[in-house]
Design a protein around this ligand. Structure first.
Ligand code: TXA
Ligand code: MG
Length: 343
């Protein structure tokens, strides 16, 4: 199959892709976070194709994308009390909400869970595509499972070109890392995946918010998470470049010193702009205190490191505060547990 890259700004291209989805196929499209690989969320057979193209484990559920708040009602058992408070501020935008699912959602979308993840993306092309398709879209990030998420149409071409008919090109994704996943299906809202909407913001709005899998998680949650990970996607090694990545954690001064001492022809590094030295294999991905620039450059920087065909990659990790938490989370996942160095 020859993949065609289409301008996402043109109405006729949205129509073409909506028809592709109505025919039970997949389309890659831009969102404000990362590119998604979408199909009709209410059609079990179409959804199966997502798992096979991505090589995604069947126990990892998908996010259902809607284009309006009204579309949520038939997809869930009940609208949680805090839903309006959250969507008033964050929808459309990078916040995914986990709620009790209704029966119209096929089991493969939620990997058999009783809950469903729903978000309304902010990119105009994503909203137009959902509307024109006439159904909510199940869409994971458009990368093969385990690899860095795509933030440009060219990333999608490299990753799954030849395997889908159309990629809607909406330019570079602004946010650059995936949405915050917030479970609002239980008593206390809980962040299952940190993202652009930060813990601090949500805490200010909701007062009571938990967070899974970091030092902010209560001891009880940590034990529960270890037994049954609530966001199944977070248990896998993720976002990984081909060469092993070492996440170097500590002050920017110390981590820069550690990495610079190890640079050679066979090594690449992702470093903060203000700590970079001149070296062909060093990729700067933002100022040490500018987490939002780091977020938008991170996945592209990991792909650039891959293109250098080196055997080792190092990355400076920002502190786990504000949006730095989500950036640090992605770098640590990309490294896997064994490859973290604390300076
Ligand atoms: O920004 C984003 O969220 C992007 C764009 C395309 O919207 N999508 C995305 O999808 O990152 P994906 O499939 O790469 O990640 C979805 C995450 C996974 O960690 C998955 O386990 C979790 O959401 N998830 C989905 N449904 C869930 C559920 N019912 N309960 C808990 N976690 C769920
Ligand atoms: Mg993903």
């Amino acid at each position: 199959m020859k993949t065609i890259v289409l301008d996402a700004g043109k109405h006729e291209n949205i129509e073409l892709c909506a028809n592709e989805i109505k025919n039970g196929n997949l389309v890659a499209f831009p969102t404000e976070t990362v590119y998604g690989l979408g199909t009709n969320a209410l059609d079990e057979k179409s959804v199966t194709k997502i798992f096979s193209i991505k090589g995604r484990p069947e126990d990892n559920p998908l996010i259902v994308h809607v284009s309006s708040i009204e579309e949520v009602k038939p997809l869930v058992k009940a609208i949680p009390e805090i839903f309006g408070k959250l969507t008033d501020i964050y929808w459309p935008g990078p916040l995914t909400l986990i709620m009790q699912k209704s029966d119209i959602i096929p089991d493969n979308v939620t990997a058999g869970l009783k809950t469903v993840a729903i978000r309304m993306p902010a990119h105009p092309a994503a909203l137009a595509l959902i509307r024109a398709s006439g159904s909510p879209l199940a869409a994971p990030s458009a990368n093969p499972s385990g690899r860095p998420s795509p933030t440009k149409a060219s990333h999608v071409v490299n990753d799954i070109g030849g395997r889908i008919q159309y990629i809607l090109d909406g330019g570079d994704c602004d946010v650059g890392i995936e949405s915050t996943v917030l479970d609002v299906s239980g008593d206390t809202p809980k962040i299952l995946r940190p993202g652009y909407v930060t813990y601090d913001e949500l805490k200010d709005l909701l007062e009571n918010v938990d967070i899974a899998g970091t030092e902010m998680a209560s001891d009880k949650d940590k034990t529960e998470d270890a037994a049954t990970p609530k966001s199944p996607g977070m248990k896998y090694r993720h976002y990984a470049p081909k060469a092993p990545l070492t996440a170097v954690i500590g002050t920017p001064e110390k981590t820069a010193e550690y990495i610079i001492a190890r640079m050679n022809d066979d090594t690449a590094a992702l470093m903060f702009d203000d700590f970079t030295i001149s070296h062909p294999n060093i990729i700067s991905f933002g100022h040490s205190e500018d987490y939002s620039t780091q977020a938008s450059n991170l996945f592209d920087a990991l792909r650039k490191a891959d293109d250098l065909n080196v055997s080792f990659i190092y990355a400076q990790v920002p502190p786990e505060e504000g949006l730095g938490l989500a950036v640090a989370n992605r770098i640590k996942k990309a490294a896997g547990k064994k490859e973290m160095i604390y300076q």
